[in-house]
Structure formats: C-alpha cells, structure tokens
Design a binder for this molecule. Structure first.
Ligand SMILES: *Cc1c(COP(=O)(O)O)cnc(C)c1O
Length: 364
C-alpha cells in the first residue's frame, strides 16, 4: 500500500495492531525468553505464556477453559474434525468462512449441508429431516458470529436453541465479533445473552480486533481436554510463539481498559451509514465494522477500487469465489484510528468511484 494512503480494509478494528503496550508486551516477553515455542504443545512447546493467555481468554469469554491454536484456520479444522464421526451431519451457513467449509470437507461426514444464509428455520428443517432418517447419528451446526464479507450477525440464539433441542454440537466462530460487538466487546454471545451452555464451542481469532496472530477455542473443561488430546491441528504443529501470546494477553486487557476504542468505532460506523444514506450509496444491513458496498461485476468492483486508490484510499475489491457470483464488492472496514473527516472524505470518493465505474461499464 503506498504511504499516505488510508487503509479502509484491514481487520484491525480497534487499532491495537501497533499499540505501544501491545508492542512492549511482545518485546518484554522476547527479551525474557524465547521467540519460538520450540515444539508442539504436547511435547514441550506449551509455555507459561500460553497458560496465562488461556486463563485470560476463559475469563474474557466467561467460559470454563480455553486453548490456543496457531491460527483461526487451524482452530476450525482441528475442532470440527475432532467432534464429528463419519456417520454424522454437518450443517453450516452458506456464507461461512472458508476455513469452516474446509473443515467440513476434511471431516468427510456422511452429509454436509449448507443452509441459506442466516436461515435458522431452514437449518432446523435439514436437521430434523436428517434425524428422522438417522436417529442415532450425531450432528454439528457451525456458523460465523459476524459474517466476514457481509458484516451481518448470525441468529445465534435461534441456532443455539435448535442445537440444544436436537442434541447437536454448536460451534460459533466469532472472529469478527470479538472486541467489537457487545457493550463489553465479548462478541455475539454477549449481544445475544448466550452462555457456555447455549454456545458450547466458541472460536475466536487474534488477528482481527486483537491485532496480533493466532486463535482460541473456549468451552467446558472436559471439551477442551478432549480437543487437546484429539485436535490434529493442535497436536501436530508448533505452538504459537510465546511473545505473541504475551502481546495478545495485553491486547485483551486493552479491550476492557480502552473502551473508547469500541465506542469510537461505533460512532464511525453510524457516521458512515448516515453519510452513505445521505449520498444514496447502498450499504448492506451491517452494524459491525464491516461495511461492504456491493458493485455487482468483478470489473465494476476493480474499477471502483482503483478509483479509490487514486484518491488516497485502500479498499480491496472482493470478487467471486470469495463472495457469490454477481456480488463483487468493496469490503470497507472501519477502525478506531480513523477520523470522522477521513470517513467523510471516503464517502465523497466512494460516490465518485461508483459513478465512474458505472460510466466505464456502460461505455464498454
Ligand atoms: C480470519 C478468519 C479465520 C481465520 O483466522 P486466521 O487466524 O487468520 O487463520 C477464521 N474464521 C473467520 C470467520 C475469519 O474471519
């Protein structure tokens, strides 16, 4: 990204990625000890820094216990493949993150069904139908908490109720909700008042609002113990570097101590949405930091993105297969370091970008 360009597409929603205290936590840990974990968790790589972070994560999420993974991608692969058996059903939202989809493909269960986006009713139909035919088989429902390319929030409470009624596993990947959604930044579980019983498997990542790298799973002690013994992407990989764990623990504290970050982010979200409406820019129904503007064709999205770049804004064009055919978009994200006047200028440029892209499209 050229210097001087304002980044409106990172996932650093709270602006913690370069926070002096996050950096010093990492540097302190690095000067006290090793950079690399040296081995996988079960061999000798599990560091006291991992324990401290895991305890802080359990506290933060209101869960009994948490475990860290090296990435969110690996957390999803490891958790889902550890929980299902070949005869089971996996049910997922059609717009779930690629890592959840890949996890289901790797699990190779008898059935893998994707229900229409945010349609808990359709999920219920599919699950009941499966149960009628296979009364003894297990089932697992998985959803993003906040959808990464749309910014909307899943009907987690309705899905939790369904999972409980049907004795199915329920996994929520709240990568984009943690730190952002809920008055305390605990994510969609806080927003929808869902405890560990309602959402027994909560996954989060460190590379988004926490500004570092890695991921975690939180839930009941017995479940976490099972995952430690069976999740292959936990067992057969090098543990997260301990200084990263230290930096992440500091970032977690800052989610609480610097509430203004979340409050400012939500002010900017409102400002963006009001401004877009005033200018006739169509935005999606999202109340999170992800505010996509759908352009339609890939060519249109690329045109609009190039126009914004020429006006000093970095907004990547997201195209199929990452999003459905015909819904290529500018995935605009806001963060606590943006200023109100920058958002206003982005909106003005966006208006120009859209009419420019439309003009080029009709002239070709
Ligand atoms: C980013 C993301 C992941 C992957 O996390 P990494 O730590 O970057 O591998 C998983 N799930 C969702 C919903 C994400 O947005």
């Amino acid at each position: 990204m050229p210097s001087g360009t304002i980044d409106f597409c990172s996932n650093d929603y709270l602006g913690l990625r370069a926070h002096p205290l996050v950096r010093s936590a990492m540097i302190d840990a690095a000067s006290r000890g090793a950079i690399g974990a040296g081995a996988s968790h079960l061999v000798s790589g599990h560091d006291p820094e991992h324990d401290l972070l895991e305890r802080a994560l359990a506290d933060f999420t209101g869960r009994e216990r948490a475990m860290v993974f090296s990435t969110g991608y690996m957390a999803n692969l490891g958790v889902i493949t550890a929980l299902v058996e070949r005869d089971d059903l996996i049910l997922q939202d059609r717009l779930n993150h690629a890592s959840l989809i890949d996890a289901a493909l790797l699990a190779r269960t008898r059935e893998f069904k994707r229900y229409p986006h945010n349609d808990a009713e359709a999920a219920a139909c599919a699950l009941r139908h499966f149960r009628k035919e296979h009364p003894k088989a297990g089932a697992l429902i998985a959803t993003d908490g906040v959808f990464s390319m749309d910014g909307d929030i899943a009907p987690v409470a309705a899905l939790a109720k369904l999972a409980q009624a049907e004795s199915a596993w329920f996994v929520v990947d709240d990568a984009h909700g943690l730190g952002v959604v809920g008055a305390e930044g605990r994510g969609v579980c806080e927003q929808q008042h869902l405890d560990q019983k309602a959402v027994p498997i909560l996954i989060g990542t460190f590379g988004k609002a926490l500004g570092t790298f890695g991921a975690f799973v939180a839930g009941e002690s017995a479940l976490i113990e099972w995952l430690i013994q069976s999740a292959r992407t936990y067992i057969y990989t090098t543990a997260l570097p301990p200084p990263i764990a230290a930096a992440t623990r500091r970032a977690l504290q800052l989610v609480d101590r610097e509430r203004w970050r979340r409050e400012k982010l939500h002010e900017l979200i409102q400002l963006f949405r009001d401004g877009a409406q005033r200018r006739g820019i169509v935005v999606m129904p999202s109340m999170t930091a992800i505010q996509p503007v759908v352009c339609g064709s890939s060519a249109m999205a690329l045109q609009a993105s190039a126009y914004l770049r020429d006006h000093g804004f970095h907004v990547a064009a997201i195209r199929p297969p990452t999003v459905p055919e015909g819904s290529a978009r500018l995935r605009i994200t806001l963060n606590a370091h943006h200023q109100a006047d920058e958002v206003e200028r982005l909106l003005a440029a966006l208006e120009g970008a859209i009419s420019h892209a439309l003009k080029t499209e009709t002239s070709t």
